[in-house]
Design a protein around this ligand. Structure first.
Ligand SMILES: Cc1cc2nc3c(=O)[nH]c(=O)nc-3n(C[C@H](O)[C@H](O)[C@H](O)COP(=O)(O)OP(=O)(O)OC[C@H]3O[C@@H](n4cnc5c(N)ncnc54)[C@H](O)[C@@H]3O)c2cc1C
Length: 240
C-alpha cells in the first residue's frame, strides 16, 4: 500500500481526467507496462485503474479516468481532489502485459481510456528500443474523445514499425478517417491474424466482440488474444 499525493490533474476533454500521483520520496513502484492499480477509498472500497505511464517513470503514476455518471470514484471522489491531497493505492495487479517470448506483430486495440495501458506498453517499447511491428487502433465516439490525439504521431517517430488508426463510431461532419466499430476495422485491414497477437482494452462489449469476431473470422488464436475489460467494480472479467 502506498500513500500518494495528487501532483497534477488535467481534463483533456469533458469526460476524461488525467490524474498524476506522486509516490513519497524514495519510493519506487515496480510494475509491468499494461498493469493496473487499486485506488482505495476511505471505507476500504476500491477501484481499478491502469497505469498510463511506462514503468521506468517510477516516481509516480499517471491514470486516465473516464467519468461514469453517478460513479462513486470517477464522479464523487475525483470532483473533490486537489493538488497535494493524499490517495492510497495498491499495485501492481493484472496480467495485461506484452508477451516478450515471441516477436509476432502486435495489434493494440483500445476504446476510450483503454488507451491508458496501451500508452504504457508503447512508451515502454520505445524505452527498450523495441522493433516489433505495432498497429494501434483507438476507438471513440467522436474526435473529442481522442483525448491524446497528438501522442501517436510522436510515437511513430520513435518506434520503427508503428501505425496509428483512430476509428470513430459517431463521427462529426468533416471526419475523413475510419468509422464504425474499432475491432471490425482491424478485420478489414487484417483478414488473416493467424501470425499476430492482439491486446484489447477498455469497454467490455468491445473486448468480448473482438475476441469472438477476431478468432472466428480472422483466424486469431485465442491464446494470442490478451485483454483487460474495464468492467464495473465487483464484476468479473469476461472469460477468454
Ligand atoms: C482491470 C481494470 C482496469 C480499469 N482501468 C480503468 C482505467 O484505466 N480508466 C478508467 O476510466 N476505468 C478503468 N476501469 C474501470 C474502473 O475501475 C471503474 O469501474 C470506473 O471508473 C467506475 O467507477 P466509479 O466508482 O466511478 O463508479 P461506480 O460507483 O462503481 O459505478 C456507478 C454506476 O456506473 C456503472 N458503471 C461502473 N463502471 C462502468 C463502466 N466502465 N461503464 C459503464 N457503467 C459503469 C455501475 O454499474 C454503477 O451502476 C478499470 C476496470 C478494471 C476491471
Amino acid at each position: 500500500m502506498i500513500t500518494t499525493k495528487v501532483h497534477r490533474i488535467t481534463r483533456p476533454n469533458a469526460d476524461v481526467v488525467v490524474l498524476h500521483l506522486r509516490f513519497p520520496s524514495g519510493v519506487r513502484a515496480k510494475f509491468q507496462a499494461g498493469q493496473y492499480l487499486k485506488v482505495l477509498m476511505e471505507d476500504g472500497d476500491s477501484r481499478n485503474y491502469s497505469m498510463a505511464n511506462p514503468p521506468h517513470e517510477s516516481d509516480g503514476v499517471q491514470l486516465h479516468i473516464r467519468h461514469v455518471p453517478g460513479g462513486r470514484f470517477s464522479e464523487g471522489v475525483l470532483a473533490g481532489l486537489e493538488k497535494g491531497h493524499a490517495l492510497t493505492v495498491e499495485l501492481p495487479y493484472g496480467e495485461f502485459s506484452l508477451d516478450e517470448e515471441v516477436d509476432h506483430p502486435v495489434i493494440l486495440l483500445g476504446t476510450g481510456t483503454g488507451m491508458a495501458p496501451l500508452k504504457s506498453i508503447i512508451e515502454d517499447q520505445i524505452k527498450r528500443g523495441g522493433s516489433r511491428p505495432m498497429h494501434l487502433y483507438w476507438g471513440a465516439r467522436n474526435s473529442q474523445d481522442l483525448y491524446l490525439a497528438d501522442l501517436p504521431a510522436q510515437w511513430a517517430k520513435r518506434l520503427p514499425a508503428f501505425i496509428f488508426t483512430p476509428v470513430l463510431s459517431e463521427p462529426e461532419p468533416g471526419w475523413s478517417g475510419r468509422t464504425g466499430w474499432v475491432h471490425r476495422t482491424v478485420l478489414e485491414d487484417y483478414p488473416d491474424l493467424s501470425a499476430h497477437q492482439v491486446y484489447a482494452c477498455g469497454n467490455p462489449i468491445m473486448t468480448t466482440a473482438a475476441l469472438n469476431d477476431l478468432t472466428a473470422e480472422g483466424q486469431l488464436s485465442p491464446d494470442a488474444f490478451y485483454c483487460d475489460a474495464f468492467v464495473p467494480s465487483g464484476e468479473i472479467q469476461p472469460k477468454i
